[in-house]
Ligand binder design. Structure first.
Ligand code: CU
Length: 399
């Protein structure tokens, strides 16, 4: 459900609505003035009402022609005026010296915000993947959402400029705030801008309006307009959000970064990426790496060459690795253990752990991304070391 149309929470919202209503009314008038006579004349001069000898050929009616040229032209210019003037106020960025400029990044499937450094040099980075509360028809909350912590916090009565972009390997998004009547595309590798100024303290939904892929419609965020003093107090602190710090548990971190929209955690199910805990690798993945080699994760050993095993040996090894290295070890695994270790755990992290998602594997995948036989995992360069450890611990604990 789109929320926000019932409030006009930005300075230009009323102008946009006015332009829309004038547009609507004029469109109705123009449509009726063309379609009305058309239907009427078609009916009036239907075949059996007209005799051949009565048919005449009119060439001109100056009065009529002037009327139907001048009146619609004036109406169109009125439309143009209101459309242009409200567009102008939306598209003219305010003076940057009095505005707060926030960097916005949209990526699959979350919004992130980065503020300028505060007086102590601390840079607030907020946002992440969050879910809306689910309510029944009476507005009673059935399932609590997690949105509200990860929001864009701004002071009331202040010009805010959003400089928006998306990572190069991502897709187009569209930053849409119904209550502010603002919407603009967010394009990989390009910078687009929007601005707003809200006189109403409150919380407003942000949505992605680029409805062309799986989860844009779930890319929610929120703009929280705060009293100035409250905003200043938070901005000059190093608290994550004015509502306190983010939860630091691995589960919360996975939620916040949107990992869960692509990875199931406890059920053995491939969403966009592999399950992150029931199994480390499938047999097909292992065979794929044995056949093609791999060089994208940045381990100290460097690349893994292709063709270290083949035929029945490769099959046996792949079954053994996919099974979590349990049961009888095939003799041919010797071709692997020199780098991955007898226990497959990667020997002091110089090669990937084939048994579990350890800190090093997570760090390398998040840093470099991973394009494999399942799909493409985007890089998450901003996930902190602390968060990586929390994820690894969590994945171990829910096994
Ligand atoms: Cu999107």
């Amino acid at each position: 459900m789109l929320e926000g149309f019932n409030s006009q929470a930005s300075t230009f919202a009323a102008d946009v609505d006015q332009a829309l209503y004038i547009n609507l009314v004029f469109s109705i008038i123009l449509a009726v003035s063309v379609l009305g006579p058309m239907v009427y004349f078609a009916w009036k001069y239907r075949e059996k009402n007209v005799k051949n000898e009565n048919i005449e050929n009119f060439v001109h009616h100056t009065g009529l022609e002037i009327t139907w040229t001048v009146i619609p032209t004036i109406m169109m210019f009125i439309l143009f005026y209101y459309g242009y003037s409200s567009m102008k106020s939306i598209r003219t960025m305010p003076d940057t010296s009095t505005a707060i400029t926030v960097q916005v990044e949209g990526s699959k499937w979350k919004w992130r915000y980065e503020y300028p450094a505060n007086a102590n040099g601390f840079v607030h980075k907020v946002g992440g993947a969050y879910t809306k509360a689910i309510k029944d028809e009476n507005g009673k909350v059935i399932e609590k959402g997690t949105m509200g912590r990860s929001a864009l916090y701004v002071p009331v009565n202040t010009n805010i400029i959003l400089e928006m972009t998306a990572p190069l390997d991502d897709v187009i998004h569209s930053f849409y705030v119904p209550a502010f009547r603002m919407k603009e595309d967010v394009v990989p590798g390009r910078k687009t801008k929007q601005w707003f100024n809200s006189a109403d303290v409150g919380e407003y939904d942000v949505e992605c309006a680029e409805y062309c892929g799986t989860d844009h419609s779930y890319m929610y965020s929120r703009i929280v307009v705060l009293p100035k003093a409250e905003y200043e107090a938070w901005f000059n602190s190093s608290e994550d959000t004015p509502k306190g710090n983010y939860l630091k548990s691995g589960d919360a971190v996975l939620q916040q970064h949107g990992c869960k929209s692509c990875h199931a955690i406890q059920t053995d199910k491939i969403l966009v990426g592999p399950t992150l805990n029931t199994r480390r690798l499938t047999k097909e993945q292992v065979l794929d790496v044995i056949n093609n080699g791999q060089n994208k994760l940045g381990y100290a050993m460097g690349a893994m060459p292709a063709g270290l095993a083949s035929g029945a040996d490769a099959e046996k090894i792949a079954t053994y690795v996919a099974g979590g290295l349990k049961g009888d070890k095939p003799a041919s695994f010797a071709a692997c253990s020199s780098c991955h270790g007898e226990d497959g755990k990667g020997m002091f992290s110089t090669a990937p752990n084939l048994v579990e998602y350890d800190v090093d594997l997570l760090r390398n995948v998040l840093k470099n991304g991973k394009k494999g036989m399942i799909g493409t995992m985007p890089a998450f360069p901003y996930v902190s070391e602390e968060e990586v450890s929390a994820i690894a611990e969590y994945l171990k604990s829910v096994k």
